[in-house]
Ligand binder design. Structure first.
Ligand code: UGA
Length: 425
């Protein structure tokens, strides 16, 4: 079992740290924010993530998971140090590496000889070399080990991955990092650093492409009278295509796809390739927000001015409290700009986020739709499936519903008197 230090306790650092401790390693998670560390030591988590609270409690109780702001004590005996710090979008769309560089400079004098530094943050191709340059420690190996964790199922994804990717020029270091995952029993793909870094971007860009593709096909379905749900069913059984990531919706969002697709376009441009295909994928996604706003406007009778819209959902997807680049936030912003008032219910949102102060945050789906002209389902929370259409019919002002996630049973809603609009059907 190894002694691991994790720098940064965001989604990736915290989930990875807790999972490594669960696999039997001794893990020290470091963050610069004292309050976050104090809370974690009390079992209070900064994020909503299925199963994470239990894993943190288990790791702390077993003495295998330690939270601290003291980077020196965390790093000095570590065999492996994971960099899990943010790589926000820079002004030109490329990833901003300053957090990684600062972390590497901080670690440099602290690492023991023979230690391994692992880049887990999503970093542009070439970043392993950047970390090597900042460290200036030829006795320390730098390895790329991208993560493929989805928010909402990060623990499941970590403990049951499809594959583990390790990129290094040093075979011994690659084997040591691969061995950390021995218990999860997944194939380990060992590559050079640039290939590992490319795999991460290519994976996210491909998944975003699948979703934009199906959203485009959904638009065609509406024009030709086909049903996207049936189309996806028929497509997905083809093993070369598969059913995953073909759910039509209001567009993809979150902290990864929007940032990583733009970064990939920039990486391509810097490499002398015009990635027109991916630019198209991003354009389709932008258009999708507009298509949903248009559907809501049509349902509201052709204008949004003075109309009351009930939004079911605000997070970028279900099972998270994350609002970063949420399609729901983007769509609501446009509804407000067009003169609508918006009431929102989301199971993980209790106060209006910055920039959306004009919305009313409600404590149930029915409260949100009181007096509404249109209900818009923008996030696929299960909670909305269980709302009685008959009760909703009694609460709204006009029986119009736009289901941007194809989540609800449309016959049931139509039986209750609603005009139901889904996506691509
Ligand atoms: C994504 C990837 O799925 C992870 O593999 C990756 O590790 C992560 O980014 C990252 O780079 O850190 P995540 O952003 O948590 O994970 O969420 P996804 O489940 O991929 O969903 C992204 C967006 O696509 C959401 O807005 C979601 O609603 C949308 N989506 C997803 C669809 O509209 N349809 C689908 O079929 C699937």
């Amino acid at each position: 079992m190894s002694n691991i230090a994790v720098i940064g306790t965001g989604y990736v650092g915290l989930s990875s740290g807790a999972c490594f401790a669960h696999l039997g390693h001794v893990v020290t998670c470091v963050d610069v924010v004292q309050l976050k560390i104090d809370n974690l030591n009390k079992g209070i988590l900064p994020i909503v993530e299925t199963g994470l609270e239990e894993l943190v409690a288990e790791g702390v109780a077993a003495g295998k998971l330690i939270f601290t702001t003291d980077v020196v004590s965390a790093v000095k005996n570590a065999d492996v140090v994971f960099l899990c710090v943010p790589t926000p979008e820079g002004a030109d769309g490329s990833a901003d590496l300053s957090y990684i560089q600062t972390a590497a400079r901080t670690l440099s004098p602290l690492l023991r000889s023979g230690a391994i530094v692992v880049n887990k943050s999503t970093v542009p191709v070439g970043s392993t070399k950047v970390v090597e340059r900042e460290l200036k420690r030829p006795d320390v190996s730098v390895v790329s080990n991208p993560e493929f964790l989805r928010e909402g199922s990060a623990i499941q994804d970590f403990l049951h991955p499809d594959r583990v990717v390790v990129g290094s020029d040093n075979q011994e270091a690659a084997i040591a990092v691969g061995a950390l995952y021995e218990k999860v029993g997944a194939p380990v793909v060992v590559t050079d650093p640039a290939s590992a870094e490319t795999i991460k971007y290519a994976a996210n860009a491909f998944l975003a492409t699948k979703i934009s593709y199906i959203n485009a096909v959904a638009a065609i379905c509406e024009g030709v009278g086909a049903d996207i749900n049936d189309v996806v069913l028929g497509l997905g059984y083809d093993k070369r295509i598969g059913h995953e990531f073909l759910r039509p919706g209001p567009g993809w969002g979150g902290s990864c796809f929007p940032k990583d697709t733009k970064a990939m376009v920039k990486i391509a441009q810097d490499a002398g390739y015009d990635f027109g295909l991916l630019k198209g994928v991003i354009t389709v996604n932008d258009q999708q927000y507009g298509r949903i706003v248009d559907k809501i406007r049509t349902a509201a009778g052709g204008t949004l001015k003075g109309k009351k819209i009930a939004s079911w959902g605000l997070t970028f997807k279900a099972l998270t409290d994350d609002l970063r680049d949420s399609p729901a936030v983007e769509i609501i912003t446009r509804l407000l700009a067009d003169g609508a008032s918006v009431s929102v219910f989301d199971p993980t949102v209790t106060v209006a986020p910055k920039g959306l102060d004009a919305i009313t945050v409600c404590s149930s789906p029915l409260e949100a739709c009181a007096g509404a002209d249109v209900i818009a389902v923008l996030t696929e929370w299960d909670d909305f499936r269980w709302v009685s259409p008959v009760e909703a019919a009694g609460a709204v002002s006009v029986k119009q519903i736009v289901d941007a996630r194809n989540l609800l049973d449309r016959s049931e809603w139509r039986r209750a008197g609603f005009e139901y609009q889904g996506i691509g059907r």
